[in-house]
Design a protein around this ligand. Structure first.
Ligand code: B1M
Length: 207
């Protein structure tokens, strides 16, 4: 267990090499990948999220922890990790801002989600295709421009048209997005930051 505590600390403080070495040490010691992900990596990202919300960490610390987390995860294969759910994430059509979206994606990955990252400028049809091609539980949309937010509504409508709305939950966020906008377009959840996005995404998973 000591190695997982050390791994947590390494990720929280953004020590990339140490995060990788400690993950390797845990694997060599016979620990199961799931245990390492849940009790080491996800636990560390939870602390990072709490510190971010408490204004103890800012975006640079988040990005540094995210890189350390990626190093730890790089030693796990897809089959090794028992994902808690699948999330397709993207910045909506017409919008190229991806810093916040990448943070949300990294936090979701650290929390044990399989993340299908569709990138930026993602059209409603691309979101629909992602749901059709992967067993997606939650679609996560990010928008930073007031002029592109409307694409979130279009994506909800496209999911309905494709007959996928009932089985797909929709989570939205980004600087101009609000809870009242989420209510207006009938999204299932809104999160103001990356840490809350993880909480909301977990709550949206089927029981
Ligand atoms: Co842009 N830009 N930009 N820009 N840019 C803003 C957003 C703007 C507010 C600046 C301003 O005018 N004050 C303004 C938008 C105004 C508006 O619509 N209300 C703006 C504009 C106008 C533009 C252009 C149109 C400028 C131009 O060309 N005339 C242009 C548009 C390009 C396009 O997208 N088509 C443009 C371009 C760019 C750059 C390319 C230069 C660059 C983006 C680089 C990149 O992302 N790779 C850029 C940047 C960096 C910004 C600012 C400065 C910073 C955005 C950012 O990364 N913040 C921004 C002004 C500002 O915010 N101070 C601005 C840090 C990031 C961690 O926060 O993305 O909010 P954020 O994510 C947070 C939360 O919102 C939340 O969690 C994250 C972490 O807590 N969150 C989610 C985000 N997505 C979520 C999804 C969720 C849940 C939570 O669930 C799914």
């Amino acid at each position: 267990m000591a190695v997982l505590e050390e791994l947590k600390e390494a990720i929280i403080s953004g020590k990339r090499d140490a995060a990788k070495e400690l993950t390797q040490k845990a694997l060599d010691g016979g620990m199961k990948p799931r245990e390492i992900v849940v009790d080491g990596i996800a636990a560390a990202m939870e602390v990072v999220g709490e510190k971010f919300r408490a204004n103890e960490f800012y975006v640079p610390e988040l990005l540094i922890a995210q890189r350390a987390m990626k190093q730890a995860l790089s030693l796990m294969s897809e089959e090794d990790v028992d994902h808690i759910g699948t999330e397709a994430i993207g910045t909506v059509k017409g919008d190229l801002h991806d810093i916040g979206k990448n943070l949300v994606a990294a936090m979701l990955e650290g929390a044990g989600f399989k993340v299908v990252d569709l990138g930026v400028d993602v059209s409603p049809d691309q979101f629909v295709k992602a749901v059709q091609e992967n067993s997606v539980n939650v679609i996560a949309m990010s928008a930073l421009l007031t002029t592109t937010m409307g694409s979130m509504r279009d994506t909800v409508a496209a999911l309905e048209t494709a007959g996928l709305r009932d089985k797909t939950r929709v989570l939205i966020g980004g600087a101009p997005v609000t809870q009242s906008y989420a209510d207006e377009i009938k999204a299932d959840g809104y999160a103001p930051d990356a840490a809350t996005a993880v909480e909301k995404a977990k709550a949206l998973l089927p029981a």
